[in-house]
Design a protein around this ligand. Structure first.
Ligand code: NAD
Ligand code: UDP
Length: 335
């Protein structure tokens, strides 16, 4: 490692996590710190929050950088986990041009950094590279069925282009790349208003609002608990340099959206009723990862069943909602 802008090493590796203040990034920072590494968490707080990493701030091995990944940055690091990108449809569709820039310019900047420093680099890719898949379950050799000009394209095509860049940097510059295709993941620290299905249903159920099912609710998803996924990230990074992926990471247990709604209602003891709304365009009909490659190459498979993960996530949102409803000096009567 070149030491021009470094402090005294506290041991372990120096690792950059882009999007580190987000849902998955914050769990990853926590895991990497617990293994004795120095972690630089870079984020522009578009969807992430300092709250997610507040508990890590007192660690001398943790450093926080407000920075937009679409601009170059000079750091000395051993590994990069590139997670910066809004992940929920309402967030990535809010400023679609910026979403594509984040994936594409962000990948170029991080690959350039990896090239200069010789760092290993992991890309948080997505099952969206398969679009509305015609092959089920999805295997890594399936090229996908993606609309290039629709509302989801800024995310799907941005992530596809990022994968292209990763593999071209590998072929052209021999970079040590790792690409993980993440399937729907949930857990504590999801943004309560990000519109993703698990957070939406839990918040709606806990507050007695109708559970909004898009379409008939017959579309399927396979939900992975966040800590299982983070374990896969670290295993991917630690593979031999000859292993690049792409590798699917997610939970192969598949549920319809209606089944998820019924489970959440039952587990929260909620009186919420189902409300059917229009299905957004290009919403994938079915999604389930084939994780044979992850099992073989990483020795990994998810360990947390949906009910267990939902219980932890419900507990988290229950805490967030009750903290929000507690009177503060600004809201309490008489203040
Ligand atoms: P998230 O929105 O909670 O986290 C994304 C983080 O990136 C946020 O902290 C955000 O502020 C930051 N960010 C966004 N644009 C940035 C920019 N230009 N510069 C710097 N930081 C920026 O979402 P997440 O669920 O934690 O997703 C993390 C990564 O995993 C994303 O790349 C996402 O595409 C990928 N992924 C997630 C899922 C999932 O189900 N959670 C599925 C597939 C892929
Ligand atoms: N969905 C839903 N109600 C909601 C939010 C989402 O029925 O309140 C559906 C959405 O149409 C999709 C699935 O749940 O079919 C998963 O949506 P999410 O936004 O979590 O992730 P996606 O897999 O679509 O990126």
């Amino acid at each position: 490692m070149n030491d021009t802008n470094s402090s005294v090493s506290l041991g372990g590796k120096r690792i950059l996590v882009t999007g580190g203040a987000g849902f998955l990034g914050s769990h990853l920072c926590e895991r990497l710190l617990s293994e004795g590494n120095e972690v630089i968490c870079m984020d522009n707080y578009f969807t992430g929050s300092k709250r997610n990493i507040m508990h890590l701030m007192s660690s001398p091995s943790f450093e926080l950088l407000r920075h937009d990944v679409t601009f170059p940055i000079y750091l000395e690091i051993d590994e990069i986990y590139n997670l910066a990108c809004p992940a929920s449809p309402i967030h990535y569709q809010h400023d679609p041009v910026q979403t594509t820039k984040t994936s594409v310019h962000g990948a170029i900047n991080m690959l350039g950094l990896a090239k200069r420093t010789g760092a290993k680099i992991f890309q948080a890719s997505t099952s969206e590279v398969y679009g509305d898949p015609k092959v089920h379950p999805q295997t890594e050799n399936y090229w996908g069925h993606v609309n290039p000009i629709g509302f989801r394209s800024c995310y799907d095509e941005g992530k596809r282009c990022a994968e292209t860049l990763f593999f071209d940097y590998r072929r052209q510059h021999n970079l040590r790349i790792k690409v993980g295709r993440i399937f729907n993941t949930y857990g504590p620290r999801m943004h309560p208003n990000d519109g993703r299905v698990v957070s939406n249903f839990i918040v709606q159920a806990l507050t007695g609002q109708p559970i909004t099912i898009y379409g008939e609710g017959e579309q399927t998803r396979s939900f992975c608990y966040c800590l299982d996924l983070i374990d896969a990230f670290v295993r991917i990074m630690n593979t031999d340099d000859s292993f690049t992926g792409p590798v699917n990471i997610g939970n192969p247990d598949e549920f319809t959206i209606r089944q998820l709604a019924e489970k959440v209602i039952a587990m929260t003891n909620s009186s919420s009723k189902l409300e059917f709304k229009e299905l957004p365009s290009d919403d994938p009909t079915q999604r389930r990862p084939d994780i044979s490659l992850a099992r073989k190459e990483l020795g990994w498979e998810p360990t947390i069943k949906l009910e267990q993960g939902l219980a932890k996530t419900i507990e988290y949102f229950d805490g967030v909602l009750s903290a929000e409803s507690k009177p503060t000096t600004h809201t309490a009567p008489g203040n």
